[in-house]
Design a binder for this molecule. Structure first.
Ligand SMILES: [Zn+2]
Length: 131
């Protein structure tokens, strides 16, 4: 299996991201309105819980969107092996779950491999700090 590194693959456009965010927001709003209609005399705790859930869902979609806009960037040329300085081969993307203040976020990181030293590397991601 051979991968050709590319500068960017399948990066969503602004219009695509907006469509997705609006669709998710609309679904979440519908759920919220269902709850409003079905809950006749909610107490403050129930209202808080409903609003927090609404906020969580919208926030999750926004965080996923921000990550997807970053996730498919492969450095060109590939990074150098820290041991032998040869160019490493793009091997695969590996899923990683990150716990954030918003929610658990699933992201894909590019994985590079040096056939000479038989060692792998996740290059740092310059576009998102702290990862
Ligand atoms: Zn090496």
């Amino acid at each position: 299996m051979k991968h050709t590194p590319q500068v960017r693959t399948s990066k969503p456009t602004r219009a695509e991201m907006k469509t997705q965010l609006l669709a998710q927001a609309e679904a979440t709003i519908d759920q919220f309105l269902d709850w409003v209609e079905q809950t006749e005399h909610p107490n403050l705790t129930q209202i808080e819980e409903a609003v927090l859930e609404f906020r969580r869902q919208v926030g999750q979609t926004m965080a996923d969107t921000a990550l997807k806009a970053q996730a498919t960037v492969h450095p060109v040329p590939s990074p150098r092996c820290p041991t032998c300085q040869r160019e490493m081969h793009f091997k695969d993307t590996k899923a990683k779950t990150l716990t954030s203040r918003v929610s658990d976020l699933k992201l894909k990181r590019s994985y590079y491999y040096c056939v000479h030293c038989q060692q792998g590397l996740f290059p740092p991601r310059p576009t998102i700090t702290g990862l």
